[in-house]
Design a protein around this ligand. Structure first.
Ligand SMILES: NC(=O)c1ccc[n+]([C@@H]2O[C@H](COP(=O)([O-])OP(=O)(O)OC[C@H]3O[C@@H](n4cnc5c(N)ncnc54)[C@H](O)[C@@H]3O)[C@@H](O)[C@H]2O)c1
Length: 346
């Protein structure tokens, strides 16, 4: 039987990298919430990453597209959705450079469909101002930095690839629903996440996989591009805080205060692997994994540097990241090595 006064939250894209780290953390912190995970399981979604919650009676998975108006309407009619935490996106810059179509479908149209249907449903219930729509976004919307400076929430959007353009578009759509209809919208823009459960095509899993296979580790250009890296669980904790305590219509940046060049990341991973899996080096005919690093043709329009000023989140909501990069990276590498060993033995 449906319990009354139950808080039901619609999470989109919960089977992806950040979502599948967020859901177990969030459900553990708020065991009274009912979670609906709407995900269409693209190549980036992996239901196995949610096995720790999939049997819980307050977790429900719905396989479907966020841009499917009928499906999203049915979900809002069937469940009394108190809030939306919207992760679902096409998220890989390189794929957007090859073909932007799906990025516009999911990131722009999908976000619009969710906003529109949430608005209509909450308006009918006279709950438009109370129920929250939390849109998850990226620091990439701000463009690229030179050697100095950081993105603040006041930095104008200046996206420079189709992925970041689609995310900037969706951020603006979300904010517009707040200004136009008085919807309780909040947007967070986080820096690059690292940690377990990320799809193998992304930088850190690629470096680890290639090294373990004894293949060339591809690094774009001269490896000098800098990103501000945050451990995924620190991001999840920030999202929980902002979802519950952030100010409606505000933007919050979430960063790791941890700038690393791509080449520095590759070198640190290789050193960890040197200690963790020394036996494979002989098999691959190398004395250090670093010997596998290879510089490749640069990504088109490759943004040089991102750095995030997250003072607003720290000052207003008392958040700060707790994971040190060297411990977070060690845990991350260990997780991927375990996954890799499992696939080798099966
Ligand atoms: N990974 C990062 O470093 C990072 C940094 C900042 C912001 N973000 C943002 O965080 C969010 C989550 O990122 P991620 O790294 O977990 O992405 P991801 O690519 O790992 O996962 C995306 C998830 O969305 C699902 N999805 C895609 N299209 C869908 C659709 N049309 N309908 C329903 N589900 C769909 C996929 O199946 C997948 O489970 C994204 O909005 C991304 O822009 C990511």
């Amino acid at each position: 039987m449906m319990k009354t006064n139950e808080t039901t939250i619609l999470i989109t894209g919960g089977s992806g990298f950040i979502g599948s780290n967020f859901i177990p953390h969030f459900m553990n912190k708020h065991p009274n919430y009912k979670i609906i995970n709407l995900d269409n399981l693209t190549y980036a979604g992996n239901p196995l990453h949610l096995t720790e919650v999939s049997n819980l009676s307050n977790y429900h998975f719905i396989h479907g597209d966020i841009a499917d108006e009928q499906l999203v309407t049915d979900i809002f009619e069937r469940y009394d959705i108190h809030g939306v935490i919207h992760f679902a996106a096409e998220s890989h810059v390189d794929r957007s450079i090859n073909d932007a179509k799906q990025f516009i479908h999911t990131n722009v149209k999908g976000t619009m469909v969710l906003l529109q249907i949430a608005k209509n449903n909450w308006e009918q219930k006279h709950e438009l101002h109370n129920r929250r729509f939390h849109h998850i976004s990226t620091d990439e919307v701000y463009g690229s930095l030179g050697k100095t400076g950081k993105f603040t929430e006041a930095t104008p959007y200046n996206p420079r690839n189709p992925y970041s353009a689609s995310k900037a578009g969706s951020n603006m759509l979300a904010k517009s629903f707040g200004y136009t209809y008085g919807m309780n919208v909040i947007v967070t823009s986080s820096s690059n996440n690292y940690g377990p459960k990320q799809h193998q095509e992304k930088l850190i899993p690629t470096i680890i996989r290639k090294a373990l296979n004894g293949e060339a580790i591809p690094i774009y250009g001269d490896g000098s591009n800098i990103r501000d890296w945050i451990y995924v669980l620190d991001h999840c904790k920030a999202l929980d805080l902002v979802y519950h305590h952030g100010q409606s219509l505000e933007k919050y940046n979430i960063g790791g205060s941890n700038e690393q060049s791509n080449i520095a990341i590759a070198q640190q991973i290789c050193s960890i692997l040197d200690e963790l899996v020394p036996e494979l080096k002989t098999e691959h005919g190398i004395s250090r994994y670093e010997e596998l690093i290879t510089f490749t043709k640069d990504r088109l329009g490759h943004d040089q540097r991102y750095a995030v000023d997250d003072q607003k989140l720290r000052t207003e909501l008392g958040w700060q990241p707790v994971e040190e990069f060297h411990t977070g990276l060690q845990k991350t590498v260990e997780w991927y090595v375990n996954q890799w060993s499992r696939t080798k033995t099966h």
